[in-house]
Design a protein around this ligand. Structure first.
Ligand SMILES: NC(=O)c1ccc[n+]([C@@H]2O[C@H](COP(=O)([O-])OP(=O)(O)OC[C@H]3O[C@@H](n4cnc5c(N)ncnc54)[C@H](O)[C@@H]3O)[C@@H](O)[C@H]2O)c1
Ligand SMILES: O=C(O)C(=O)C[C@@H](O)[C@H](O)[C@H](O)COP(=O)(O)O
Ligand SMILES: [Zn+2]
Length: 396
């Protein structure tokens, strides 16, 4: 089955709200994107300054206790401010500060969250707040899904990647040494609060990682957005707030539109995995954290674009276009030489696979994606073209 994208992607924001070029740089527009999932529907709030506004935190599920889960990098930056706001809402505001890094998406960290909840006698109404990037979001979301069979949680994403992707859609997980996100649950947050001002403190390398997932939405669903990203890449890299606001909003609109139709990835949702079959293999094969998720996805999109071309679905000019854009975003475009057999072994556990066939998200035309298996010889050609033994981990 090939879940191609239907022709009607969600309409773009009104032209007046879209920064058309770097010349129109300015202040960010506040936006609210809704994700329509029946009784699991929720809003994604996107604006600068949200963290400190009392109204951001009103209307959440009532409870006596809130637990903020964050990490050692984010806590000194934002924990006190979130705690202050939440203490006006909840009688007791607890916090748990974990170490930083992709390696924390583990049984051990999950156990620490569950143990902390039990130690503070958190009841089944306790609300969890995931304050941080995708690692904290995926981990806290999974803890929320399983603690007492499910407690509400709020995503407070503080990386670009988390604001445009991981905080939205309810995929929660931890990693396994054999594969990314291998243990997890579909479990939706009750709200997403994306304060654009938190991006001010993000290192450049992490900003680029977020750009990878933004770029992804163009070829899979919205050719006009791909054009816009190309034109506005310098503004995005310079952290122009209006450009970032639009990129976050448009990414969330597209993701909400996809997830609203296929919450549990029975078909269409798989297009959000463009670049991820190769990308997850790179992350796992290199050891979690050596390549950032966004870096591996960026490079993975180059390989998946080339595979699309070799399958005769897009012209080679499209591969060159994607490679140029990904490189210009500050992302690696040369994959590590793990060897064909190791790549195949790693991709053999991909969640999209069916009946032993490795399946890739391919581009079938600008703004349209599908999921297909490919002859091993073509995969080998792609790897031979884009892997280099000199491509170690990207420089921190
Ligand atoms: N659930 C999903 O749908 C989904 C989607 C995409 C990615 N993911 C997952 O997300 C993870 C990657 O997320 P990520 O890129 O946010 O990585 P991350 O969570 O590791 O954050 C990146 C780095 O930035 C730091 N940081 C966070 N906010 C900061 C801020 N405002 N200022 C300064 N530093 C800050 C973090 O401590 C970390 O060092 C991966 O595990 C990936 O698998 C999940
Ligand atoms: O939300 C989705 O669906 C995605 O595929 C988004 C991806 O960017 C994200 O990395 C996700 O965690 C990958 O999911 P997985 O099912 O391939 O582990
Ligand atoms: Zn991803």
């Amino acid at each position: 089955m090939s879940p191609s994208v239907p022709s009607s992607v969600p309409p773009s924001a009104p032209a007046s709200a879209v920064p058309a070029s770097p010349a129109s740089a300015g202040t960010a527009q506040a936006a609210c994107v809704s994700i329509d999932l029946g009784d699991r529907s929720y809003d994604i709030h996107i604006a600068p300054g949200l963290l400190d506004q009392p109204q951001t935190w009103s209307g959440l599920p009532r409870a006596s206790t809130a637990l903020i889960v964050t990490n050692e990098v984010v806590a000194p930056l934002y924990l006190a401010r979130l705690r202050e706001r939440l203490s006006g809402v909840y009688g007791r505001v607890e916090s748990l500060v974990l170490p930083d890094g992709e390696a924390q998406k583990s049984w051990d960290s999950l156990d620490r969250i569950i143990d902390h909840l039990l130690a503070v006698a958190a009841d089944r109404k306790t609300v969890l707040f995931a304050l941080g990037g995708g690692v904290i979001g995926d981990l806290t979301g999974f803890a929320a899904a399983i603690y007492m069979r499910g407690v509400p949680f709020v995503q407070v994403p503080t990386t670009l990647l988390a604001q445009v992707d991981s905080s939205v859609g309810g995929k929660t997980a931890i990693n396994h040494p054999r594969g990314k996100n291998m243990v997890g649950a579909f479990y939706q947050p009750v709200r997403v609060v994306a304060d654009l001002d938190t991006l001010d403190t993000l290192p450049d390398r992490e900003l680029s990682a977020g750009l990878a997932e933004i770029i992804k939405y163009g070829p899979i669903a919205d050719a006009a957005f791909l054009d816009w990203i190309e034109q506005n890449l310098p503004a995005l890299r310079a952290r122009d707030k209006a450009a970032l606001a639009y990129a976050v909003q448009r990414s969330c609109e597209i993701k909400a539109w996809v997830v609203g139709q296929d919450e549990r990835e029975s078909g269409l949702r798989a297009i959000l995995n463009f670049g991820h079959t190769f990308g997850h293999a790179i992350e796992t094969g290199m050891g979690y954290g050596a390549w950032l998720h966004g870096e591996a996805v960026g490079c993975g999109m180059v390989l998946a674009s080339d595979l699309s071309a070799r399958l005769g679905l897009v012209p080679t000019a499209f591969v060159d276009r994607m490679k140029r854009l990904i490189q210009a975003a500050g992302l690696p475009v040369v994959a590590p030489a793990l060897g064909l057999n190791r790549y195949l072994e790693l991709m053999q556990v991909d969640k999209k696979n069916e009946g032993g066939d490795i399946r890739f998200v391919v581009i079938e035309g600008l703004g349209q994606a599908g999921v297909r298996s490919a002859p091993t010889e073509l995969v080998a050609e792609v790897l031979a073209t884009h892997c280099d033994p000199a491509a170690g981990a990207p420089a921190p």
